[in-house]
Design a protein around this ligand. Structure first.
Ligand SMILES: O=C(O)CCC(=O)C(=O)O
Ligand SMILES: [Fe+2]
Length: 256
């Protein structure tokens, strides 16, 4: 696994709001990630509700809560440290892990940004998206709008069939996208305010990805009821401004 970034990579991430890393996992690590993620997804029941259309992908959250091997992948301190390096943080906590499998002929993932859905506000949220299969223009690789994180948009869009809904409310944000095709084992990092989406899967093969989203170690609850992530029970204990620091659910994965 990559364990550091060049200065140019860090600068590119901060300028563009995303970074493409083609050589993230070595072949042995890729084999392990594939096996652990695929087995845990297969063993997990289909969620009854979800923001995302099951046509866009098979989505399974919290693999780390279901499987010990998945927890080892998600809680890896090395990934936490890479996120800290990109975002300039001295402490990082896990927010959410989820597998996103774009099935054969799966629909596009609408343009959106992640942070408006989440239960904390920060300019330093970051998601790693690890390709478990080659992600190509044909099977629905990610697309990013470079520099869009600087706009700090706060509109949540529900993932649905209208691919450009975000630009109906924010026409000023429309801009040419950059595609992020990746070999299996490659990854991208993107900031919580970066506008991104993914294309349709035109192929008979799956596009499997594992994603892990992080927040600064001192993130606090902003009043958003992200029930799928924080859960009713934990939300009951929180008042706006309280730290989201439940070690079991949101472990600190890096402390400088
Ligand atoms: O995998 C996809 O199609 C979308 C991924 C995404 O939106 C994310 O990781 O934040
Ligand atoms: Fe996203």
């Amino acid at each position: 696994m990559r364990n550091t970034f060049t200065q140019a990579e860090v600068e590119s991430y901060r300028q563009n709001g995303f970074l493409i890393v083609e050589d993230f996992l070595d072949s042995g690590e890729l084999e392990r990630w594939r096996q652990v993620v695929t087995e845990t997804v297969t063993a997990s029941p289909q969620p009854m509700t979800g923001k995302n259309s099951e046509k866009a992908f098979t989505q399974r959250m919290h693999l780390r809560r279901r499987d010990e091997a998945a927890r080892d992948l998600v809680d890896d301190q090395q990934i936490g440290r890479l996120v800290a390096e990109l975002e300039g943080l001295d402490s990082v906590r896990l927010y959410l892990d989820q597998a996103l499998v774009k099935e054969p002929y799966g629909a596009p993932t609408q343009y959106h940004l992640d942070i408006p859905w989440w239960s904390f506000d920060s300019d330093h949220a970051c998601t790693i998206w690890v390709a478990l299969d080659d992600a190509t223009l044909a099977n629905g690789c990610l697309w990013f709008l470079p520099g869009s994180h600087h706009r700090r948009l706060s509109s949540a869009v529900d993932l649905g069939p209208d691919h450009g809904a975000l630009f109906a409310t924010h026409p000023e944000a429309a801009a040419p996208p950059v595609a992020a095709p990746l070999p299996a084992g490659g990854c991208t990092f993107h900031n919580g305010h970066t506008i991104h989406g993914a294309g349709v899967n035109m192929t008979p093969g799956r596009r499997r990805a594992m994603t892990i989203a992080f927040m600064p170690g001192d993130a606090t609850w902003n009043g958003t009821h992200d029930i799928q992530v924080l859960g009713e029970e934990y939300l009951q204990t929180l008042t706006v401004g309280d730290p989201i620091d439940h070690e079991g659910r949101h472990p600190r994965v890096y402390a400088g």
